[in-house]
Design a protein around this ligand. Structure first.
Ligand code: NAD
Ligand code: WQD
Length: 344
């Protein structure tokens, strides 16, 4: 065993894939999740995939004493990956205080508890949303942080600042901030994937639900952007590739390889793909025809963004490996499996 890692939000979409990769790499995992956006049966599926059952604690990160008790119950936690957060951009506009409380106080609690329990470092889930519409593409980690488009985006910016300030104040911890681009796809076993709550707001879950007939039609939000085909461009990153970046970040913290106490990395493929290209790719790689129509722009959408992942490639030794075809097939297989399970 390489050591014990606490994964908050570990039954969620990215968290569950990361738990499996941590286990595959020899780490022992303790999950904390309040199940506000995931199900306890994810723990069973993690065990089916990795052959190892992670410890699971149904605790809210907002509950300081509850979190303290988790550290007492599982002594020797070496590092934390903090996924737990609310993440729906639209909902954050309707309920900003819920987002500020959940995403800020959860992190504050974790950061306060870390030195008390001699936890060495934290890997934090940040987002390309902090860049807004970058002036230069592909975007590097040095690009300026733009005013957030939503309370959700603002929480990620403030979270990053909270971590910088805490480490600068002399707290004996180090941190790696991973700025994810657009995570998509599912585990190749189709045992883990994204389970959206209600009508999906994100492109790929809406797309696979439309292909399944759960939704009548996918609306493509705008074809009049300044891009080759007029639709928006994103950097779609396979969720297993993304999960593996976390394992490398944890290794780096525990092997004291960090060059600075807080490091920031873009986690993307470096390739921009338009919404229409993604739809075409889905149809070609699955053989499933998609019902879609072009509608007006969605308020607040960024026109185009994709990563310069050179720093992650060169410093972490991490690169995105999965093809977009395999990734879209994995998303489709997950949707098929959900139907088999009678979920959607
Ligand atoms: P998710 O909703 O599937 O997972 C988050 C998990 O955290 C859920 O299981 C939820 O139940 C849990 N959770 C939320 N609040 C909690 C609390 N107070 N205490 C305990 N558990 C709590 O989301 P995801 O897509 O896996 O995202 C994980 C992280 O990555 C989030 O911080 C998110 O903001 C960030 N992120 C996601 C994306 C994306 O597109 N999915 C992109 C960039 C960054
Ligand atoms: C992608 C593209 C839409 C749905 C959001 C958050 C961001 C990050 C990732 C966490 C856009 C278009 C979508 C649909 C469409 N999350 N689209 N029809 O907006 O890039 O990023 O998730 O940090 O913070 O803002 O992702 O999947 O919603 O949209 O045409 O039904 O697909 O307009 O161009 P987005 P998305």
């Amino acid at each position: 065993m390489k050591g014990k890692i606490l994964v908050t939000g570990g039954t969620g979409y990215i968290g569950s894939h990361t738990v499996v990769e941590l286990q595959n790499s020899g780490y022992e995992v303790v999950i904390v999740d309040n199940l506000s956006n995931s199900n306890a049966d994810v723990v069973d599926n993690i065990e089916k995939v990795s052959g190892i059952r992670p410890a699971f604690e149904m605790v809210d990160c907002l509950d300081f004493n509850g979190m303290n008790a988790v550290f007492d119950k599982h002594p020797g936690i070496k590092a934390i990956i903090h996924f737990a957060a609310s993440k729906a951009v639209g909902e954050s506009v309707q309920k900003p205080l819920l987002y500020y409380r959940n995403n800020l106080v959860s992190l504050v609690n974790v950061l306060e508890l870390m030195p008390m329990h001699k936890v060495e470092g934290i890997v934090f889930s940040s987002s390309c949303t902090v860049y807004g519409q970058p002036d230069i593409l592909p975007v590097t980690e040095e690009a300026p942080i733009k005013k957030a488009e939503s309370p959700y985006g603002n929480t990620k910016q403030i979270n990053e600042e909270i971590i910088h300030d805490t480490v600068a104040s002399g707290s004996p911890i180090s941190a790696i901030l991973l700025r994810y681009f657009n995570p998509i796809g599912a585990h190749p076993t189709a045992l883990l994937g994204e389970l959206p709550n209600g009508v999906p707001q994100n492109l790929v879950p809406f797309l696979t639900q439309t292909a399944m007939g759960i939704r009548e039609e996918l609306s493509v939000f705008g074809d009049d952007y300044d891009t080759p085909d007029g639709s928006c461009i994103r950097d779609f990153i396979n969720v297993v590739d993304l999960a593996k970046a976390h394992v490398i970040a944890i290794d780096r913290i525990l092997e004291s390889k960090q060059l600075e106490p807080v490091e920031v990395f873009n986690i993307g493929t470096g390739r921009g793909l338009s919404v229409l290209e993604l739809i075409k790719g889905f149809e070609e790689s699955t053989g499933v025809k998609l019902n879609y129509k072009i509608v007006g722009r969605r308020a607040g959408d960024i026109e185009k963004v994709w990563a310069n992942p050179d720093k992650a490639n060169n410093v972490l030794g991490w690169t995105a490996k999965e093809t977009i075809e395999d990734t879209l097939r994995s998303a489709w297989n997950w949707q098929l499996k959900l139907r088999e399970r009678g979920i959607q």
